[in-house]
Design a protein around this ligand. Structure first.
Ligand SMILES: C[S@@+](CC[C@H](N)C(=O)[O-])C[C@H]1O[C@@H](n2cnc3c(N)ncnc32)[C@H](O)[C@@H]1O
Length: 277
């Protein structure tokens, strides 16, 4: 399904009836929207719009918003999590982790939950650990990755670190710990954002510090892992980057739109690195 945002103006030109309908709906809705804006203020109005109209203007009252990118508020603020699969997760799951799923085996460490260990590890996984920041519940190891001396060395075959390094200020210390706790030959699968809105939950709890480029994350990881065994992949293009910032879902772009690769739009960056034998 194409996105309402970018396809609407095209549809409007090619389908006069739909365009007319949308104009009529918008004309009727306009006084109510103006009144609601005045009463609630812009911020509250946007929140109410997203909540009441089902995140993307479900009743069609906001179709006119889709005619232009000239808006200061995104369609959804939370990467689209409440509505479906965020675009950054599409690249993480359908491309990066799918490509390297054979590395998810033996004793596996994942951060905050075991979602990808279960999804991609299958029966290759013999033991699964979940590491959470001190204070997090439902984890098997509580640790700050930047000072985690209580975790024994060389115990994991694989560590899955999706969307975590950018919320750790001392990235080098975290990478040093990861290298230490992996067995020789063990693999770390890292996914970081290149282009992203702030992750509000992370920002308010432990911080949201970094956005990476393929070069910065490569040089960082190569300091701790075998440089010749560090593979960096980037995903995204101008359309998927904009769509992601607007909180659109992977299902709102076509496969072709999602999978077009543009080296200058590093929306998501995946890194596979191996510990020296
Ligand atoms: C956005 S979540 C990412 C993990 C999740 N599996 C995912 O794919 O979305 C970021 C996690 O990093 C953890 N975190 C933040 N700072 C940390 C640190 N210094 N050491 C270990 N974990 C940390 C937080 O507890 C949070 O659960």
């Amino acid at each position: 399904m194409g996105s309402r945002l970018w396809h609407w103006s095209h549809k409007s030109r090619t389908n006069g009836t739909i365009a007319l309908q949308s104009q009529i709906v918008s004309a009727f809705a306009w006084p109510f929207k103006t009144l609601a804006r005045r009463m609630l203020g812009e911020q509250l109005y946007q929140q109410a719009r997203v909540t009441l109209l089902g995140e993307s203007g479900g009743l069609g009252l906001d179709w006119t918003w889709g005619n232009s990118l000239r808006r200061i508020h995104p369609l959804r603020r939370d990467f689209g999590w409440q509505a479906g699969q965020p675009i950054n997760r599409y690249y993480t799951e359908k491309h990066f982790l799918a490509e390297y799923q054979r590395d998810i085996r033996g004793r596996v460490l994942e951060i905050a939950d075991d979602r990808y260990t279960r999804l991609f590890g299958g029966n290759r996984v013999t033991a699964s650990d979940v590491l959470g920041f001190p204070g997090c519940s439902g984890v098997t190891i509580q640790a700050d990755l930047t000072k985690a001396d209580h975790i024994p060395s060389a115990i994991f075959d694989c560590a899955i670190l999706t969307f975590t390094l950018h919320v750790i200020f001392d990235v080098r210390a975290a990478l040093m710990t990861l290298e230490r706790i992996l067995k020789p030959g063990g693999v770390v699968l890292i996914v970081v954002p290149g282009i992203s809105q702030v992750s509000r939950y992370d920002m308010d709890n432990w911080g949201d510090y970094w956005r990476f480029t393929s070069l910065s994350i490569k040089l960082l990881v190569e300091k701790f892992f075998q440089p010749e065994e560090v593979t960096v992949k980037t995903y995204g293009n101008a359309l998927s980057a904009m769509a992601s910032l607007e909180g659109l879902l992977s299902t709102e772009l076509s496969q072709e739109e999602l999978d077009h690769w543009d080296r200058d739009y590093e929306l998501v960056i995946g890194v596979r690195a191996v510990k020296r034998l």
